[in-house]
Ligand binder design. Structure first.
Ligand SMILES: [Fe+2]
Ligand SMILES: [Fe+2]
Length: 377
């Protein structure tokens, strides 16, 4: 039985000192090289549609392509300060919390607005880096998955992810006022996913965990933001992400049905590690540093804030039901269930899983540009 120490490098999931000891180090490098240990797999079974659910997703993807340059209103004027002021929750708002005696005690509107803007810069930067991770991981799936229907579908996802990187990068460059390098915890997770030689681990790490979290986080931001361009951008990205997560659930559901308990245990451990890395990244340690604060001093205050706790748990609303659908929660004496209890997120297990709900996220014909919509007619 692997221990927390072996899986995540610390015994206590909430050991703040250990979490903060991991920080971005290669931020000044122009590229990041990661070793991929997987074989590229050819298949000679070209029968299209032998996996009907994947085939349906593929056909759906073909007619759901949008154009990041022409479908979004890039001429929208974005006043980032105003957006930050209007989005207190996105800025990690503290509500009515009593901040006497904390480093925030003397903060006025200016500091809170700056924090809000830094949160935005940080969030969108991490989304952009995560999207590039998805681009690379899904290209890896094209190579490694042995099923033709899955290779076909994954190829459409590669295009989707290119579009997502493109629109987040453009939004950051033209509407916001700063970038952040890849968060170290997210980086560790992306490295682990890319390193792994087993094709299904890419799906588990990316489609189930990273994209499951992204779908929840985009949904949260989409609901709260008052900025129309970002709202539309997120709406479009989410319509793709829901398909991507469904792709993960549908593929792994079939594959996991034949795995042994020992093999499932390795998947459970990987899911747990990924969950912890993603939660750690939302400590947003770089933001506190940029604001001139010591993360170790402010994080206990931030993490104790009820609205913050709700946000942090909410990030797992897609991951937990999808893990349940895959049989990962209760295999091996409920190992992952207990870990999700430790993380405080097990209460989401009975929400709908994404293989059931992806069609609800789809764009309507009126939302696709004329050139795109005419292809769907
Ligand atoms: Fe994406
Ligand atoms: Fe995606």
């Amino acid at each position: 039985m692997s221990t927390n120490e072996e899986l995540i490098g610390r015994a206590d999931i909430n050991d703040l000192e250990a979490i903060l000891a991991v920080s971005a180090s290669d931020q000044h490098e122009a590229i990041r090289a990661v070793k991929d240990n997987a074989d590229a797999i050819f298949t000679w079974d070209y029968e299209k549609g032998s996996r009907p659910a994947l085939n349906k997703l593929y056909e759906k993807a073909k007619v759901s392509m949008w154009n990041g340059e022409t479908d979004l209103p890039w001429d929208t004027v974005v006043d980032q300060e105003e957006v930050a002021r209007n989005n207190a929750v996105l800025a990690g708002g503290f509500g009515d919390a009593d901040l006497t005696g904390t480093p925030f005690e003397k903060w006025g509107d200016k500091e809170w607005t700056n924090l809000g803007m830094e949160f935005q810069n940080w969030s969108l930067s991490q989304f952009m880096h995560g999207e590039q991770g998805a681009l690379i991981c899904t290209a890896k799936i094209v190579e490694t998955v042995p099923w033709i229907d899955a290779k076909y579908y994954a190829s459409t996802q590669v295009m989707d992810e290119a579009r997502h990187v493109e629109v987040f990068a453009k939004y950051l460059d033209t509407k916001l006022n700063g970038h952040y390098p890849l968060n170290a915890h997210l980086g560790m997770l992306l490295d682990d996913i890319i390193n792994d030689s087993r094709w299904d681990m890419t799906y588990l790490g990316m489609q189930i965990m990273v994209e499951g979290l992204a779908l929840a986080a985009f949904g949260f931001m989409h609901q709260l933001t008052t900025e129309p361009l970002l709202k539309k951008l997120l709406r479009y990205v989410m319509s793709d992400e829901a398909r991507h997560v469904a792709f993960g659930v549908l593929s792994l559901k079939e594959y996991y049905a034949d795995l042994s308990s020992a093999e499932l245990k390795e998947r459970q451990e990987f899911a747990f590690e990924a969950a912890v890395r993603m939660r750690d990244r939302f400590m947003q340690q770089e933001v506190w540093e940029r604001m001139g604060l010591r993360p170790k001093e402010v994080l206990p205050i931030v993490l104790n804030n009820p609205s913050r706790q709700i946000f942090q748990q909410m990030l797992f609303t897609k991951i937990v039901p999808n893990c349940k659908k895959l049989g990962l929660l209760d295999a091996n004496d409920k190992w992952l269930r207990h870990k999700f209890e430790e993380l405080g997120v097990i209460q989401f297990e009975d929400l709908s899983d994404t293989s059931d709900e992806y069609e609800a996220f789809a764009l309507g014909d009126s939302e696709l540009s004329e050139s795109t919509a005419s292809m769907t007619a």
